[in-house]
Design a protein around this ligand. Structure first.
Ligand SMILES: *[C@@H]1O[C@H](CO)[C@@H](O)[C@H](O)[C@H]1NC(C)=O
Ligand SMILES: *[C@@H]1O[C@H](CO)[C@@H](O)[C@H](O)[C@H]1NC(C)=O
Length: 730
């Protein structure tokens, strides 16, 4: 969910679940002796199940539907004919839903947090210092307790003098108080502004000023960051900070004396001693203004209504099987991202418990976890988790690398087990599979599963497209289905969601019950709804989860949102998709990444990049096409290792890597390799970059050239390498 404009997650998320964690996934594989003995036990069921081959029939998951607005090919969820609006009657706003859920589940565990036991620093061999945390077991608040705290906080806000026409902002890492504060604001009809931590100072100043934020709610870490820009935050009056286990008072942090600074618990106390009646919002009231990075210019604030969030919650609830109070969700993605906000709203609706963690403490071997102590997952044993593709990719790479290093019997066994399970998932084996699977799970996959606590039964994945290979891999090794979702901040996450029993890969599932998905022909781009074998076109989303538009930007709102004759809102995503016969959507392209060349051929930059990335020389690539020419060009960050190996073998002399990149021989060699992979991928001649430039420095999220999810940022790259691109066309 949340692809396109609004998809970058804060960078520590992606950075820190690095290969070390992934590697530890498989450390236990030393015990190959036992494994060898098990081999015989496996052979018998293997033979047995071969006899029972069969194929499951595909189920209809989405069906065509008549809708208003621009003509196209529209599909709805096959199981639920009427658009879902609320999870149950009366839960029309997040505030109402919260109150009703808290009453219903009042004694159940709701929010869990780990207490800090100790904080140490270790010094690595290169002199760098690393923080190591020892965290305790989860301590829980019940639904009833959280409700009381949210009510007190809501009253406290009013007692502090938060004025009606202004807004509150939450600028903090994901934690229990985040959700509590959010619900407190909702109870007093206060709109909450959220900002990606990765957006930077200018964006922060812009967003807070644009939305007239008077109450800023943050953690003490963010509060320290604000010290240097206090003078620019002219609308802010109150600052409320979440206490850390060990933070002292905030008086010494050098922040503006114009601000009234209070701690979260002070506000709670204040509210408790002077309770105020709630002021419930309405269905169409704006619950959250979520700032996401735009590809150009200032970030945009997407206005998400209460009705949007409850509709998404209703939609997602109905697709996760048996979701309920027994489920435990591990929360660690940023709540300022729509994927996490939607996921936690779903958990709250279903009465699940939410245990908070962080990307840096997720597993026993995560960077910040003190050796010998537990990571969040093994302390919590979650049944549900959300993830972004970059994390899952790294897990897969890590496990494969470890298997490769082991070599020998271990490697053979892994690949046998993997392939057996793969065929089972693809529906080729029935019969005795149950027994065989148990064996494989015990022998191979249990250890990988245990890294995430051993109880995961469903993973939600969104934020960017997940590769089919990774989806399969995690599926097999974790033994749990992955629900890949598609959606954007503008559609309040929910749009499409893979059903748990769908074992295909590369697709994002049928529309969620809260919306319709329509393909609209884009004639000039060459995608039409009459295409064979599947209808194709721009993805347009309509229904209850489609948000109210961009804050203070009518013009941009009108450009991408349309309201049809029946009053339904439609959002034009700019993504190109196609519908499979069973009603599942596949994302195949991006409208703005398609360029018409001088002779009228359309080329898809993303498609070419995806194809050329398979050259071992290419670490990263951006293809660029000037519409006034007949060919395209490419900027390439070559792989140091592979290129230097080639240079050694070819006897090329060079001082440094940058010189190597500039050599004509080097460029020729990389181009040769590109032509080869282009041919293999059946690219047309005009789709193969005619000229390339090799750039020695990697593109990182810190340099702003790729998103935190490591997707390239075209506009930024274009402007940074303007001269290089121009030279390629000379
Ligand atoms: C804040 O917004 C006002 C308009 O509402 C504008 O005049 C002012 O320059 C902005 N200040 C900053 C620091 O962006
Ligand atoms: C809630 O706030 C919005 C905007 O501040 C306002 O338009 C609306 O009337 C309020 N609703 C209620 C029920 O007070």
């Amino acid at each position: 969910m949340g692809d396109s404009e609004g998809s970058s997650l804060s960078s520590p998320l992606v950075e820190n679940l690095g290969s070390d964690d992934a590697l530890s996934f498989i450390k236990g594989y030393g015990a190959y002796g036992i494994v060898g003995a098990g081999l015989f036990a496996i052979l018998i069921p293997v033979l047995l199940s071969t006899i029972f081959m069969g194929k499951r029939k595909a189920r209809q998951r989405g069906v065509p539907v008549e809708v208003g607005g621009e003509p196209g090919y529209a599909v709805r969820n096959a199981r639920i004919p009427d658009l879902a609006e609320v999870p149950w009657k009366g839960a029309t706003t997040m505030a109402a839903l919260f109150e009703q859920s808290c009453k219903k589940y009042s004694r159940e565990r709701f929010l869990g947090t780990r207490k800090l036991i100790s904080r140490d620093f270790v010094t690595a061999s290169d002199g760098r210092k690393f923080e190591k945390l020892h965290l305790g077991e989860y301590q829980w608040q019940t639904y009833g307790q959280v409700y009381d705290r949210a009510c007190s906080f809501a009253s406290g806000l009013i007692a502090l003098g938060h004025s009606e026409d202004t807004r509150a902002a939450i600028f903090a890492e994901t934690r229990a108080e985040w959700l509590t504060a959010l619900q407190g604001c909702f109870r007093q009809n206060i709109t909450v502004v959220t900002i990606y931590a990765s957006l930077g100072e200018d964006a922060l100043i812009h967003s807070l000023n644009e939305t007239q934020v008077s109450t800023l709610i943050c953690d003490s870490k963010q509060l320290k960051k604000l010290a240097s820009i206090t003078s620019k935050l002219s609308t802010v009056r109150n600052v409320i900070y979440f206490e850390d286990d060990e933070s002292g008072t905030m008086s010494d942090s050098g922040i503006s004396s114009n601000w009234k600074v209070s701690s979260f618990s002070e506000v709670e106390k204040l509210g408790k001693s002077s309770p105020v009646l709630p002021n419930f919002p309405s269905k169409n009231g704006i619950a959250v203004i979520m700032y996401t990075s735009g590809s150009v210019g200032q970030p945009k604030g997407v206005m998400i209504t209460h009705g949007n969030i409850v509709a998404t919650a209703a939609g997602v609830m109905s697709v996760i099987p048996q979701l309920g109070r027994k489920d435990v969700y591990l929360a660690y993605l940023p709540l300022s991202h729509v994927l996490e906000l939607a996921a936690e709203s779903v958990m709250l609706t279903a009465g699940c418990s939410i245990g908070y963690g962080s990307p840096l403490t997720l597993t026993d071997t995560s960077n910040k976890v003190k050796k010998g102590t537990k990571g969040d997952a093994s302390a919590l044993n979650p049944t549900l988790m959300a993830a972004v593709p970059a994390i899952l990719d790294r897990v897969r790479e890590g496990v494969l690398k470890k298997v490769e290093e082991k070599g020998g019997l271990g490697k053979k066994l892994f690949s046998l087990g993997y392939n057996r399970k793969l065929s089972a998932i693809e529906g080729k084996w029935l019969g005795a599979w149950g027994l065989e699977r148990m064996l494989w799970d015990v022998l191979l996959f249990k250890r990988i599963r245990d890294i995430l606590g051993g109880k995961i039964r469903f993973m939600l994945c969104g934020g960017a497209p997940l590769s089919g290979d990774t989806q399969r891999f995690i599926n097999i090794c974790m033994g749990a289905p992955i629900g890949q979702g598609y959606g954007l901040t503008e559609t309040c996450a929910g749009a499409a969601f893979t059903e748990p029993d769908d074992t295909s890969v590369g697709r994002v599932g049928p529309p969620l019950p809260c919306c319709y998905i329509k393909l609209v022909s884009w004639e000039e781009g060459g995608y039409t709804v009459s295409d064979k074998p599947m209808p194709r076109g721009e993805i347009v989303i309509g229904g209850n989860s489609v948000t109210a538009g961009y804050f203070g930007n009518q013009e941009k709102t009108k450009e991408v949102y349309k309201v049809d004759e029946s009053g339904m809102r439609w959002f034009y995503t700019g993504d190109i998709g196609r519908f499979h016969p069973d009603g599942c959507l596949e994302i195949i392209d991006r409208k703005k990444d398609i360029v018409k060349l001088q002779h009228g051929e359309y080329i898809s930059l993303g498609k070419i990049e995806a194809a050329l990335l398979s050259s071992s020389y290419v670490d990263n690539i951006m293809v660029y096409a000037d519409p006034f020419h007949t060919f395209c060009v490419a900027l390439i960050v070559p792989s140091h290792q592979v290129l230097e190996k080639w240079a050694r073998e070819a006897g090329i002399n060079y001082q440094d890597f940058s010189e190597l990149c500039n050599k004509a021989e080097t460029v020729r060699e990389v181009q040769r390799s590109l032509s080869e992979v282009a041919k293999a991928a059946k690219l047309d001649k005009f789709e193969t970059p005619a000229r390339i430039k090799l750039l020695p420095d990697p593109w990182t999220p810190e340099s702003g050239l790729v998103t935190a999810a490591l997707k390239i940022k075209r506009e930024q790259l274009k402007s940074k390498f303007k001269d290089e691109l121009q030279k390629l066309y000379e």
